[in-house]
Structures are given as structure tokens and as C-alpha cells.
Design a protein around this ligand. Structure first.
Ligand code: DMJ
Length: 557
């Protein structure tokens, strides 16, 4: 046993191990008192001083200690519960909202507060980097271009967060450089960076953002130098080279067909047709291609041959989703003149109805399944929840009324994907029962239980509320925001994606805040609760697939 050699210590012997078994409390109290009296005055003073010191520290640092010891997700829950209490008091009712008008004002403020909280984490631990890792209080890098900051610029402007916007603008002015030897994904950098810069330019009129948009747009152009003119997925924006992923020469159909709104707008602003020509060549080719099924497209296209590959699988989810969205939105952007875009969109929606729509048992929820070699798989990505909003936007612009009927049904299903989970948050993928033997409409596979703070359902709720004014859509959005605050909010700043939406006790934080949480999710929540219909009017703007509003072209363009 270690025996200290140094003599300048105070020896405290409060009892040996063998004397720990005692018979009663009185005996123990007497023995403690005897020991205490045996101590020297110096020893007693030291102990008292130590106890007093610990007591004061306990009082001073109590909140941070609980933060430290309670896991972040638990702390988040406690904080959210406290927040709810405060709001309940303000409304004078328990956990409910007094009236619609008051709710609208307060909800907008709660979204602003959520943004500030997310921004606080980004600023403290990830400033100028791509993504916040809120649990480990550090950052993640994807392209090394300040992705979250750029994605969030127009959100801050729309939410009226002037101080936050000013500091972000300063970073763009002084720190943002695209002259970097880095591979970026063409689609992701177009929708998040080019789209974010263009929309911020339009909202603010500040040419700093247009200059930066021109710079990144020009640097992305090497992607289109392929044998077929169908772009590669990756571009080195410093070297001016492009390439497909290492394992294939295929590109994803959604990726090559969802960059058109941004590049077309860049051409209009610069009066340089090269951007528009490049992306419209892709649209033309895809329009003519064989291998569609009633307007539905496969998920991959080859950059050498320009043909669809791995045919036979059809989905409105990952790898195909925004193809459909951009058909409608380009038609709107260009002033409803490009009829081939409209025809492709209308045909595709008929294709969805004919091939992919089913209803669940027992509740008859309508969903969009996936087709694989003629076999329907009754599963739907959360990504598909963009569709009710897009259908409603089409109906608002004169497309068939049954598009709106379908939008109403799908919106209910997307809502149920949240409402039926224990955390009130949707899984990444839902499996639907066609003949339920467990009484449930929705099942979730263990691998699909995550939630990445995605926006699609809230995006659709925003469109549905704008067009119907039915307050239930706001209430559904409010429920989702409360669940985000309860299960994904990290006390030190930021929100985290989670791995298990079915476990409210431990939803397994993943330690990542995606840039689209600030770029899209919070923006659509704010617009859903705002009473100002002219704030990004849907008759003047189209949102790109990353929620960056771009103007509908005036008829003279
Ligand atoms: C975003 O980057 C875009 O909305 C894209 O269209 C799909 N994926 C994410 C959000 O879920």
C-alpha cells in the first residue's frame, strides 16, 4: 500500500474500513462525535473551511453543474419544459394557446428565439465552418465554405435578425473565398450556396452577394464538360476540374435536374447565357429520354451516354424528388411559357396517381410508395413530404383541382408521420401497412428511425396554410417546433439530429446540425406563422429546393 513519505500533510482518520458495520444510528452518531472531539483545532477548522467552501461553490455553479452532468438531450428537455411553462403563463392557460391572433405573434417570436439559439451554437463552436456539432461543441467540414452561414443568410434577413445578418455579411465580405482546392458536390453547392447568395442579393440589393454568386457559379461550370453534357457530380472549384464519384460514371437524376432555377437566374442577372444554356441542355435531354414510366423518371443517368441507367425503380423520394419540383417551379419562374416543362410535370403527377399511390389500413392514409421492377414497396421517405406543397402551388397556379385534393390527403399523412411517433418527430422513412394486423398504419424499421431536422413537412404546411388559411396547418407546425425544442435542442447552443424518434427517454443525439435546419426548416416555420402574406409572396417568388426565394421573371425578361 502506498505510504506517503512527506510529513507536511494533515492526517484525517475518520474511521477504518472494518468499523463500517454498525448496529444502530445512535452508536454511529456518538462515534462520529467522539472522533470529531479527538481532532486538533487546526484539523477541525480545516474541515469546516472545506465544507463552507464546497457549499458556496455548490450554490454558485449549480446551473452549470447540472448542464454538465445531465446529458445534453435531457438538459434540452428540461429547458424546453421550462420554456413551455413560460409560454403557458403568458397565455394565461395551461399548455394551450389563448386565441389565434395571439398565437401567431408568439409563435413567430418562438421561431426567432429558436434561430438565435441555433446561431449561438454555430457562432460559438463552428463559426465560418460548414456545420455545427452541438454536442461535442465543435464543427464538421464538408466543402469548407461556411455552408451553414451562407444557407442561413436570407433566413436571418426574413426573420428580421439584423445584428446576426450584419456579422454574417462581414464574414462573407472578408473571409469567404471560393479560390480553394476543394471538391464540392455540384447540386448541393448550387442549391445551398449559389441559391443562398442569389436570394440574399434579391432581398437586400447588396451587390456583394451577386459578386459572390457569379464567382461560385462560374467555378461550377466545369461540371458540364462531359461527353453527354449531363454534368458530373463533383467539381474542384479551385482547379476547375470535374469528375463523377469514384465508383461510377452515373449522376443522380434529381441532382442534374434541380440546378436549373439557380443557373437560369444567374444568366438573367449577368446577361451571360452560358449558365442557362448548360442547364437547359440537361432539361431538353431528360425530356426526350426513353425509360420513363408514365412521366416518372429512374434515379440515375450516365454522364457518358446521357441515358438512364439502373432502370425499373421509381420513387418520389431520394434521388428523384426535386426533378418533379423543378419542372413546376421552372415553369413558374419563366412566366408559365415553357409548355414542355408543364407537360412533363402534369404527366408525372398522373404517373404518381397511376403507379405509386396507395392507402393504408386501418386509417386510409394516402401515401406515395416506391416501384421496383413492377413491385410496389409501401414505404415513403420523409423527403416526399415536399409533394403536398408543390401540388398545392400548382393548383394555386391553375393546374387541376384534383392536385389540391391529393395535396390535402398527403399533407395529412405527413402530419401523421410526426404525430404517431413518441417524440412527435418523423422518421427518415416510414413503412405503411396495406393490411394492418397490428392496428397501426405506420411502422418504422430500426435503420430508419432517425430525424435530421428536415424541412419538407413544414415546407408543405407553409404552402397549405397560405392557400387554405386553415389554422390546423399552423397547429401541426407548432407541434413539430415544440418537439424539436423538446428532443433536439442542445442547451449550450444549436439543435441536433437524433437517431431514434421512437424513444422519448433517450432519442440518441447524433451531434450534427444540418445547414438546412437554418436555411429551410426555421424559415418555413417563420413564414407559416407570419400573418404577412406579402412576405415572400408566392405570386412573386419561387423557392428553390433549399428554400431560397428567387423572383418570378417579369414578363419582359
Ligand atoms: C435539402 O438540402 C433540400 O431540401 C433537398 O432538396 C433535399 N434535402 C435537403 C433537406 O432535406
Amino acid at each position: 500500500m502506498y505510504s506517503p513519505q512527506r510529513k507536511d500533510f494533515v492526517s484525517l482518520t475518520l474511521g477504518d474500513q472494518h468499523s463500517r458495520s454498525y448496529t444502530n444510528g445512535k452508536h454511529r452518531r456518538q462515534s462520529c462525535w467522539r472522533k470529531w472531539k479527538q481532532l486538533s483545532r487546526l484539523q477541525r477548522s480545516l474541515i469546516l473551511f472545506l465544507l463552507a467552501f464546497l457549499f458556496i461553490c455548490g450554490i454558485l455553479f449549480y446551473p452549470s453543474l447540472t448542464d454538465f452532468w445531465i446529458p445534453s438531450w435531457r438538459g434540452a428537455m428540461i429547458e424546453a419544459e421550462q420554456g413551455t411553462e413560460l409560454q403557458s403563463t403568458a397565455h394565461g392557460k395551461e399548455g394551450t394557446v389563448a386565441d389565434d391572433e395571439e398565437a401567431a405573434v408568439d409563435r413567430v417570436e418562438v421561431v426567432q428565439e429558436a434561430f438565435r439559439h441555433a446561431w449561438k451554437g454555430y457562432k460559438a463552436f463552428a463559426w465560418g465552418h460548414d456545420e455545427l456539432k452541438p454536442i461535442s461543441k465543435t464543427h464538421g467540414e464538408w466543402f469548407g465554405l461556411g455552408l451553414t452561414l451562407i444557407d442561413a443568410l436570407d433566413t436571418m434577413w426574413i426573420l428580421g435578425l439584423k445584428d446576426e445578418f450584419a456579422e454574417a455579411r462581414k464574414w462573407v465580405e472578408t473571409e469567404l473565398s471560393f479560390s480553394k482546392n476543394v471538391d464540392v458536390n455540384l447540386f448541393e453547392s448550387t442549391i445551398r450556396i449559389l441559391g443562398g447568395l442569389l436570394s440574399t442579393y434579391h432581398l437586400t440589393g447588396d451587390t456583394l452577394f451577386l459578386d459572390k454568386a457569379k464567382d461560385i457559379g462560374f467555378r461550377l461550370m466545369p461540371a458540364f464538360k462531359t461527353p453527354s453534357k449531363i454534368p458530373y457530380s463533383d467539381v474542384n472549384i479551385g482547379k476547375g476540374t470535374a469528375h463523377p464519384p469514384r465508383w461510377t460514371t452515373d449522376s443522380t437524376v434529381a441532382e442534374v435536374t434541380s440546378i436549373q432555377l439557380e443557373f437560369r437566374e444567374l444568366s438573367r442577372l449577368t446577361q451571360d447565357p452560358q449558365y442557362q444554356n448548360a442547364v437547359e441542355e440537361v432539361t431538353r435531354q431528360v425530356h426526350r429520354l426513353e425509360g420513363k414510366r408514365d412521366g416518372l423518371v429512374p434515379m440515375f443517368i450516365n454522364t457518358n451516354s446521357g441515358k438512364f441507367t439502373r432502370r425499373g425503380a421509381f420513387t418520389l423520394g431520394a434521388r428523384a424528388d426535386s426533378y418533379y419540383e423543378y419542372l413546376l417551379k421552372q415553369w413558374l419562374q419563366g412566366g408559365k411559357k415553357e409548355t414542355e416543362l408543364l407537360e412533363d410535370y402534369l404527366q408525372a403527377i398522373e404517373g404518381v396517381k397511376k403507379n405509386l399511390l396507395r392507402q393504408t389500413s386501418p386509417s386510409k392514409l394516402t401515401f406515395v410508395g416506391e416501384l421496383s421492377n413492377g413491385h410496389l414497396n409501401p414505404k415513403m421517405d420523409h423527403l416526399v413530404c415536399f409533394l403536398p406543397g408543390t401540388l398545392a402551388l400548382g393548383a394555386h397556379n391553375g393546374l387541376p383541382a384534383d392536385h389540391m385534393d391529393l395535396a390535402l390527403q398527403l399533407m395529412e399523412t405527413c402530419h401523421q408521420m410526426y404525430a404517431q411517433m413518441e417524440t412527435g418527430l418523423s422518421p427518415e422513412i416510414a413503412h405503411f401497412n396495406l393490411q394492418s394486423n397490428n392496428g397501426r398504419d405506420i411502422d418504422v424499421k430500426p435503420a430508419d428511425r432517425h430525424n435530421l431536422l428536415r424541412p419538407e413537412t413544414i415546407e408543405s404546411l407553409f404552402y397549405m396554410y397560405r392557400f387554405t388559411k386553415d389554422s390546423k396547418y399552423r397547429d401541426w407546425g407548432w407541434d413539430i417546433l415544440q418537439s424539436f425544442n423538446k428532443y433536439t435542442r442542445v442547451p449550450s447552443g444549436g439543435y441536433t439530429s437524433i437517431s431514434n424518434v421512437r424513444d422519448p427517454v433517450y432519442p440518441s443525439p447524433r451531434d450534427k446540425m444540418e445547414s438546412f435546419f437554418l436555411g429551410e426548416t426555421l424559415k418555413y416555420l417563420f413564414l407559416l406563422f407570419s400573418d404577412d402574406n406579402e412576405l415572400i409572396s408566392l405570386d412573386k417568388y419561387v423557392f428553390n429546393t433549399e428554400a431560397h426565394p428567387l423572383p418570378i421573371w417579369p414578363s419582359t425578361s
